[in-house]
Design a protein around this ligand. Sequence first.
Ligand code: HEC
Ligand code: HEC
Length: 344
Amino acid sequence: MKRSKAIPAGIAAFFLVCLGSGCQKVPTVTAAAAPVSVLEMQMIPPTPVRLARGEYLVEGLLQCPFCHSDYDFAHRPARPVQGKKDGGADFDTFGLHKGNRIVAPNISSDPDYGAGKWKDADFVRALRQGIGHDGRALFPLMPYQYFRSLSDEDLASVIVYERSMAPVHVEQPKTTLTDDIKKTFQPLEPLAHVSEPDSFDRLAYGKYLVTLGHCDQCHTPHDDYGKVIPGMDFAGGVDMSGAWGTDPKKIIAVASLNLTPDPSGISYFDEQMFIKVIRSGQVNARPLASIMPWSFFRKLSDEDLKAIFTYLRTLKPVRHRVDNTELARYCKVCRSKHGFGERN
Ligand code: HEC
Ligand code: HEC
């Protein structure tokens, strides 16, 4: 299924986060000199521990197959179309103007149409810097500005798992971008080393997980030029309407919600409720649209979900009402249309 037609014009600009301060905000990264990293090896040794950790990260937090596969949203929880996992997905213009086409490439192990012949180093460059195997700068819908925070060992694990994916023999078209769009982003500098996070420090680890889960790519509103709207971190309101419901022909109106601990956000959540929402894809009786990647996050451990919630609790409360059960109206605060927009 092509997702393109379902995507509103505003969404593209909001994904161009590298224009704004978004790509500078990444925590946990140090560019310090370091011992020779496993990432510099010709081939990362595919140990069972790496394979298991890679699967946990990719299928639970990082959502690679969410973008890189034809997706079945009619199924709840959403899942890749059978036999198409990591075989690539065509986002058409992705709300950009004519002449642009965004394609998440086939990254399965297929040697003809996928990543079968790429090197591990190609994955390192794509995830840390936003550079494709062919040297092109990657359009920042690919969340490399977040993935570059992966520690060396976590990144090695992700690559080992990704390279184990079954081949999907499907040729995808190439991304094409007009010059005006190309000049809005550029690859990031290389990183010699990213140290391991301290999983015993719940708050710091929660921040690590929230960064990698790129929650703010969807939950922080941006202006038409991709710049973060100041003071609106994690405050929601981004129009993400699309065919994410169980009826693939029906577009459902949905905006991201306010995750800050303000009364207009999720101050009424507690840890147990947060875990229940993510596991079930429901807030009490209200189902969450499947564009919210709860189909991935639900596989995270209780410990990791608690760490995420601990970090969310420390966000600056932002007053911003967003309600997807109401008609979308213009909101002057986030400069987009969403339910209860007129009340802000
Ligand atoms: C939000 C959507 C999204 C997610 C999530 C995502 N990607 Fe991507 N990825 C893309 C898009 C779109 C491109 C192509 C950009 C372009 O062509 O300019 C891309 C490009 C790539 C490339 C470069 C391919 C090449 O031609 O060299 C690799 C490798 C890659 N992604 C791997 C991953 C991995 C591994 C993950 C998970 C850790 C992931 N992606 C998660 C959207 C996504
Ligand atoms: C691809 C975009 C996207 C990403 C990435 C994303 N979300 Fe969401 N999220 C949404 C959308 C859209 C909604 C609203 C869904 C609805 O109302 O049907 C939502 C809703 C939620 C809700 C429900 C809030 C409420 O008031 O009911 C929570 C909690 C949440 N997201 C947490 C997270 C966390 C934590 C992360 C990162 C680990 C994250 N989201 C990443 C798009 C996203």
